[in-house]
Write a protein that binds this ligand. Structure first.
Ligand code: SAH
Length: 197
């Protein structure tokens, strides 16, 4: 019973991560066609991206494929898998909404694109980094879906590295580009958790 519930968690995670890429792929393709006018891509930002990729894709993917590291397995609970599925699904939904809202202004790294517009609508009316909120939801979902301490928590670790290496620099870039419009927007919104942080 618990083995099959555990496998269900892993299957849901695989399904979720494939959906994640299906959502992202068209934006990646479209972004290549819009000229970058200011790039702040740096080794530090690349480290953040690598950490997120490692923690949210490679480590859990390796676990799902090989079952390793087995010593880090912990008991499976139906409630945890159900909660993980809800969190992961909500994360995917927010992820999709942010891509739709950002449109041509999206970049994988810190970049300002030609005719870049400040987006303050949709999920951006609630918090100023809703895509990072979605990463947090996905990381929490992963922690509950995979019954292994390493594969479960690596997503949260990767997210935290990316987020804290990037968020200050991103806000600085947005302030330099959009001036008081972004300053005012910062006063009205929290970073990733509405009303809290
Ligand atoms: N931090 C945002 C966006 C992540 S994508 C979020 O979590 O939702 C990163 C790129 O989005 C940055 O390079 C920046 O150019 C762009 N960006 C960030 N916030 C934006 C906003 N409010 N409006 C338009 N572009 C934004």
């Amino acid at each position: 019973m618990s083995a099959s519930v555990g496998s269900a968690g892993e299957i849901l995670w695989v399904f979720g991560i494939v959906t994640w890429y299906v959502i992202r792929y068209p934006f990646e393709r479209r972004a290549k066609r819009v000229r970058v006018v200011d790039s702040r891509r740096s080794p530090v930002d690349m480290i953040g991206l690598a950490a997120a990729l490692l923690g949210q894709a490679f480590v859990p993917g390796f676990y799902v494929l090989t079952g390793k590291p087995k010593v880090a397995d912990h008991p499976v609970h139906v409630w945890a898998i159900a909660l993980g599925a809800i969190l992961f699904f909500c994360g995917l939904w927010v992820f999709r909404r942010t891509h739709k809202e950002l449109g041509k202004n999206w970049s994988i790294t810190l970049q300002i694109r030609d005719k870049h517009q400040l987006v303050v609508t949709g999920p951006y009316a609630l918090v100023r980094h809703p895509m990072y909120s979605s990463f947090l939801l996905l990381a929490l979902g992963q922690a509950f879906l995979l019954s292994n301490w390493v594969a479960g928590l690596s997503g949260l670790a990767g997210f935290l590295v990316l987020f804290f290496l990037r968020v200050g620099k991103e806000e600085q870039m947005m302030l330099e580009t959009f001036g008081s419009s972004y300053g005012d927007y910062m006063k009205m919104t929290k970073r990733i958790i509405p009303c809290l942080y």
